[in-house]
Ligand binder design. Structure first.
Ligand SMILES: [Zn+2]
Ligand SMILES: [Zn+2]
Length: 152
């Protein structure tokens, strides 16, 4: 995907830019993502937190993840759209909601997470190698994204 991605929330109070290409794009079928999106899965980009610039007023909410980390996510204080999430693992990575981008045509998931709770009607591309849950080590996700791109 290209550099210099831009995005905004539904009401426009939050604008964002990503200075570098995302490390990977994922779809997640976990129950938490189904609840917070009200849909069958979420789509996100993993980007270095320092490359993500967000302008506008955010609210935050934190929860304990299955991995034992504290996950905090940030939403627009006006319209409530979820913007991005971080954890306290010290990896310096943020999960940015893919649907916020001005141009979502380039967004294609490379990594599929929590396939164990995927709805049966969702079919995955032939070259997808979905994870049953989520690997503890983000490097495993990077490797999976690389393999996905190479199998195109
Ligand atoms: Zn908003
Ligand atoms: Zn999820």
């Amino acid at each position: 995907m290209s550099t210099g991605l831009t995005g905004s929330c539904q009401c426009g109070a939050i604008t964002l830019t990503v200075a570098v290409p995302p490390l990977l794009t994922y779809a997640c079928f976990c129950n938490s993502c189904q609840k917070r999106t009200g849909s069958a899965f979420s789509m996100g980009l993993i980007v270095p937190t320092e490359a993500l610039e967000v302008a506008g007023e955010l609210t935050s909410w934190s929860r304990q993840s299955d991995k034992g980390t504290t996950n905090t996510r940030y939403s627009c204080a006006d319209c409530g759209n979820i913007i991005y999430g971080v954890d306290d693992s010290g990896m310096g990575l943020a999960k940015l909601q893919a649907g916020l981008l001005e141009d979502t045509s380039e967004v294609e998931p490379e990594v599929y997470l929590f396939a164990r709770s995927k709805q049966p009607w969702v079919s995955l591309p032939h070259n997808a190698r979905p994870f049953d849950t989520q690997p503890k080590d983000p490097m495993e996700m990077l490797a999976a994204a690389q393999a996905y791109r190479e199998a195109q």
